[in-house]
Every structure is written in C-alpha cells, then in structure tokens.
Design a protein. Structure first.
Length: 225
C-alpha cells in the first residue's frame, strides 16, 4: 500500500515519531481502518508499529490502561508487542490532523513479524497448517485469559466493560443495534426481546473473577498473525 505525500495521516505519523526516541528512515502505511497503522523502520534497521488511534473511541486514560495490561502480559511471558514510550516517558503522543479537524493519540510498539491469518485463508493454505495456527492462537488467548483472571489491575485502570449493560443494556457500547433503519418492525421487536432476555441472563451470570476479567475482544483472523 503506497503512501502519498500530502496524506494528512502520514504527516501526523511523522510528527508523532518526532516525539519517540528513534530516528525513522521509512514510514509505510499498513492499514487504514479504525486505527491508522504504519510500519516504521529506524536507522538501525529495527521495525516498529505506529498507530494513530481512532478519535473519541477511547479516552487517553483507557488507552494508558491498555498499556498497563500489555506490560503485565509481557511480564507473564506472553509474546505481545513491546510498548515504546516517548522521549519524556509517555505512552502516547498527541498529534493534530488539521485537514480532518482531528486530534489523535499515537502509540509506538515493536513490530511483530508474521502473516495475517485471514490472508492465509484467502491463499488457500492447507487445512492442516491452518489448524495448527488456530491451535496456537487458542493457546495464546487461553494464556492471556489465565493471566487476566489472576491479575489485579491498579486502581487507575479504566476500560469499557462488555458486561450486561455494555453488551445488552439500553445504551450498549457498540450502539443500539435494534434501531437499524433496515430492520422490519418484526425484526426490531425480536431483537428487543432477545436483548432483554440476554441482559437478564448476564446479570444472573455475575462477575466472579473465574468468569469475568480483562479480555482481548477482537479475536478474528484479520487481526492475528
């Protein structure tokens, strides 16, 4: 995916990198999705991932909490991207994107080489090889869940909760899905009834530490390699 000079995100990425203790020599766009993601090479040949995080989705406090868990996972021996702090010790650098009237938080981590599982599926990788990769992914997620179940986040830890209210409440985190304009009245009524029943079930399920903790909520082939 080629970069274009004058791209507002590329300019913001370069401004963000000035705040980190590396000398970048190449910045290339990897993904333009919820976050804008770049692959960065420095003058020593080391590789990094720079993300310009989606504005208004997470607060800075919530993003900093993500870094708290990432470091806890690293200490537990889980192979996750190592966070890189700014020259003055911050986890995130703030940058403006004037053309879009946005302010974004930028993070830098060490690059983890690999291939996206989704691309391997599209390339018709042999089934036995794919099964092995998904077994490894399952083991990784299980290790993360075990660490989280036994981890006690600090008092300043803040993340959105995908609990009874966050998933099935009146104002769920990902929006009032039963109000989609393409739903019929019958479909809308069914979704409302289902939401109510699931909300009640989740309340009864409870939040005991053995069943409710920090999770990685996007375990899909397009985000793992």
């Amino acid at each position: 995916m080629a970069d274009r000079e004058g791209d507002p995100f590329l300019e913001a990425a370069r401004q963000a990198l000035d705040q980190f203790p590396i000398k970048s020599v190449d910045v290339s766009l990897v993904a333009r999705a919820e976050n804008i993601t770049f692959r960065v090479a420095d003058d020593r040949g080391d590789l990094y991932t720079l993300r310009l995080h989606r504005p208004t989705y997470h607060t800075l406090e919530e993003l900093q909490s993500e870094r708290l868990w990432t470091r806890a996972l690293l200490q537990a021996g889980v192979h996750v991207p190592e966070p890189i702090t700014t020259r003055d010790g911050r986890d995130y650098a703030g940058v403006d994107v004037p053309q879009l009237r946005q302010h974004r938080h930028a993070s830098l981590s060490r690059w983890v080489p690999g291939e996206l599982l989704m691309q391997l599926i599209r390339d018709e990788t042999p089934r036995e090889r794919l099964e092995l990769y998904f077994q490894k992914l399952g083991a990784l997620i299980a290790t993360m869940n075990n660490q989280a179940a036994n981890w006690h986040p600090p008092a300043k830890f803040r993340r959105h909760a995908l609990d009874e209210d966050g998933l099935m409440g009146i104002q769920p985190f990902w929006g009032r899905f039963w109000e989609r304009s393409d739903l019929s009245s019958g479909e809308r009524a069914l979704l409302v009834e289902t939401r109510t029943r699931l909300h009640e079930l989740l309340i009864r399920y409870g939040k005991d530490a053995s069943r409710y903790s920090v999770i990685h909520a996007t375990c899909i082939p397009a985000t793992f390699w």
